[in-house]
Design a binder for this molecule. Structure first.
Ligand SMILES: Nc1ncnc2c1ncn2[C@@H]1O[C@H](COP(=O)(O)OP(=O)(O)OP(=O)(O)O)[C@@H](O)[C@H]1O
Length: 311
């Protein structure tokens, strides 16, 4: 388990992480979300003992990172900055890590297989694509078979196949009972990967919730329904809190209820459905609504606002 308690970081006069408290539990993927500059990387660096908190405390598995006798077995991490010597091969990089942490050579082969870079393992890292570099970083994070895995923006620069691969890898690591914390600024990707979300903005906690609850409570979700019986289905679904729009014949946009209820209602009356799709775009919208006041790098338009304009 990861625990942050009143975690605070100041650089000079600027507070970049403020009074942050959360827990990350084993067995699920927890997404760590926030707009650019929200403080995600700084928080992760504090969890990993790479930055000292100005105040507060961060523990992994009940101890601060530095207090672990064999940290690679406890925590595996991928941070944004690449720290691999460009002239080294992936194999030698991992071998060096294994050697200095008493990890058997066999484990190097295992993680190379796991991340799918066995074929290029003897090539120099400087020729690696961003995606290959990310895979190598993940191999290094997993080499100690850690109970906790912390990854900062692992899908950055990956192609769709790579994104899908990371998603499945993280889920399988969580299913093995590990604690997984993964940062992103993409809500839509996290909604597919994570079960739990910790959302920060300007270094402060904005939400600590499950994906399911975030979707439900965002209230902005809708379901696209394609049916030849649009009129009848609209009648059956109409009720308190439900709003249905129909811009194209046979295509309904249903707000205020979920796909399961719509599917069951249709099935009970034998109404055929050609499509029943929860709209994830609105999830991204809910995330942007939540973090709007915390977005740091939209400075230009708001600076251009005349004095006294609404914030
Ligand atoms: N070493 C440092 N010295 C001064 N300011 C820093 C330092 N590291 C980070 N910051 C500032 O702290 C804030 C949070 O940065 P951080 O990289 O933690 O955010 P982030 O959420 O990871 O952003 P991104 O999604 O862009 O990676 C930013 O305003 C950044 O400029």
């Amino acid at each position: 388990m990861i625990r942050a308690h009143e975690l605070t970081k100041r650089y000079g006069g600027k507070t970049v992480v403020e009074d942050l408290g959360f827990e990350v539990h084993p067995g699920t993927v927890t997404g760590f979300l926030g707009p650019n500059g929200a403080g995600k990387s700084t928080t992760m660096r504090m969890l990993l003992g790479l930055d000292a908190p100005t105040r507060g405390r961060a523990t992994v598995g009940g101890r601060s990172y530095a207090a672990h006798p064999a940290p690679l077995h406890e925590v595996g991490a991928l941070l944004e900055a690449r720290s691999v010597h460009p002239g080294r091969s992936a194999y030698h990089h991992l071998m060096a890590l294994a050697h200095t942490h008493s990890i058997p050579k066999k484990r190097v082969e295992e993680v190379l297989d796991l991340v799918g870079i066995h074929e290029v393992a003897r090539k120099r890292v400087k020729g690696f694509s961003l995606g290959m570099g990310q895979r190598l970083g993940i191999a290094a994070a997993l080499i100690g078979d850690p109970a906790t895995v912390i990854l900062d923006e692992p899908v950055n620069g990956l192609d769709p196949e790579g994104v899908l691969w990371i998603r499945n890898l993280l889920k399988s690591l969580a299913a093995q009972g590990r604690t997984i914390l993964v940062s992103s600024h993409l809500m839509s990707e996290m909604a597919l990967t994570a079960e739990h979300l910790i959302i920060i903005g300007r270094g402060r906690l904005l939400a600590d919730t499950t994906v399911e609850r975030f979707v439900r409570e965002s209230g902005t979700g809708s379901v696209k329904v394609v049916t030849p019986e649009a009129g009848l289905l609209t009648e059956l679904l109409t009720g308190p809190g439900v709003r249905i729009t129909c811009d194209d014949p046979g295509v309904l946009d249903v707000h205020g209820t979920d796909a399961e209820h719509i599917g069951r209602t249709a099935a009970a009356r034998g109404i055929p459905l050609f499509e029943l799709t929860p709209q994830n775009a609105s999830l991204e919208q809910a995330f942007m609504d939540l973090t709007r006041d915390s977005v740091e790098y939209v400075a230009t338009p708001s600076l251009a606002q005349p004095e006294g304009a609404a914030a």
